[in-house]
Design a protein around this ligand. Structure first.
Ligand code: EPU
Length: 341
């Protein structure tokens, strides 16, 4: 049955720990229930506009939501196919991402382990193209099954149709927000294969001769916890900004003044590079500093935190101050990765 709440606090639904309210909150557990909610929205029996959330780990509410917040509780992990090479599995959009990673590790399915401990749920993982330690979820996705809330039709997107890029997909475009994810089908490897290109991860495993999936998961969890706050303890949404992409020419200009500026080649044929937003923010002296009840995390400057009882607008004001300093010092514009509402 649909769960419908009126005038509902979203405190338990965003990892920043912001006490925003929504006029209506609707949780559904199946495709039919989402259809029912979509019909209620169309008939104005639920307030508009609607917003779909996942685990709320990439959201910043700066005000109350005047309409309906939708949340998927579609569960289930359904193996579709397994041979000597790969396992293909369909996962409900409401499944907690890290529960799925833990299951992959337990079953001996390779590919998701570098994405251990990323907060959030399956649906949002596919929308956001979550990534860490050299892996992006798009590398594992075969297809995304959606329901168009506008007309009630099912539409399946093959991975190639999803427009995946760095923290990007077509589902983030305003015109495509109508496609709500029902399930995601993943392809995992059955033969041992690890991606240990990220230095801190390789270092954490250097002493081991025989590495297992479990070892990689444990190492990722330990590297993450050394840099990133546990959202259950300190409110945050992970990286607040994306790492900015600049041209090779712009990099050279920056290098003249800051020879140590970290960068990663994008191999896009145009010489573009990705800069480290955390480094730029740290150079501006923001690491560990605060503004009101919002702060820049002391162990990773790309993470903004709620120091206790902060309103969304305070976090936003801090983000603006950081952004403006980075712009005036480096001439580089930072873009929020977090969805600011
Ligand atoms: N750095 C600093 N100071 C800082 C933070 C970073 O100088 O305070 C520099 C260092 O040179 C460091 C480099 O930035 O070597 C990269 O830092 P890190 O490896 O921590 O990664 P990141 O680029 O800051 C990205 C993702 C993270 C992901 C890590 C690891 C984005 C926006 N963030 O951060 O994802 O866990 O790489 O792969 O791409 C998230 O998206 O919420 C998230 C946490």
């Amino acid at each position: 049955m649909l769960r419908i709440e009126k005038d509902y606090s979203l405190l338990g639904h965003n990892t920043f720990g912001i006490d925003a309210r929504t006029a209506a909150f609707v949780e559904y557990g199946s495709e039919n229930e989402l259809l029912e909610a979509a019909e209620m929205l169309r008939a104005s029996r639920l307030p508009s506009p609607w917003l779909h959330i996942g685990g709320g780990s990439n959201l910043l509410f700066t005000k109350d939501w005047p309409g309906t917040v939708l949340h998927s509780c579609i569960n289930g992990v359904e193996p579709l196919h397994e041979d000597g090479e790969q396992a293909v599995v369909r996962v409900g959009s409401g499944v907690v991402w890290d529960d799925f990673v833990a299951m992959c590790v337990e079953r001996g399915w390779y590919g998701a382990e570098n994405l251990s401990a990323i907060p959030g749920e399956i649906g949002a993982a596919a929308v956001q193209n979550i990534g860490a330690y050299g892996t992006e979820v798009k590398d594992l996705i075969l297809r995304v099954e959606t329901l168009n809330v506008g007309n009630g039709e099912i539409r399946v997107f093959e991975a190639a149709e999803c427009g995946y890029g760095y923290r990007r997909s077509i589902f983030k475009q305003p015109d495509n927000k109508k496609y709500v994810v029902l399930s995601v089908t993943f392809r995992l490897g059955l033969r041992p294969h690890f991606n240990l290109g990220y230095k801190a991860l390789a270092d954490a495993l250097a002493a081991r001769s025989d590495i297992s999936l479990r070892d990689v998961r444990d190492a990722v969890i330990s590297v993450r916890s050394s840099k990133l706050p546990d959202p259950a303890v300190i409110g945050s949404a992970g990286s607040f900004f994306t790492n900015p992409v600049v041209s090779g020419a712009r990099l050279q200009e920056l290098q003249r003044q800051w020879p140590a500026v970290p960068f990663y080649e994008l191999h896009d044929g145009e010489g573009s590079v990705k800069l480290s937003a955390g480094w730029l923010i740290e150079q501006c002296g923001w690491k560990g500093r605060s503004l009101g009840r919002a702060g820049v995390y002391g162990k990773q400057a790309l993470v903004l935190v709620n120091l206790g009882g902060a309103e969304g607008a305070e976090v936003q004001a801090l983000a603006e101050a950081v952004r403006s300093d980075v712009r005036s010092r480096f001439g580089v514009d930072l873009h929020p990765e977090v969805n600011i509402l």
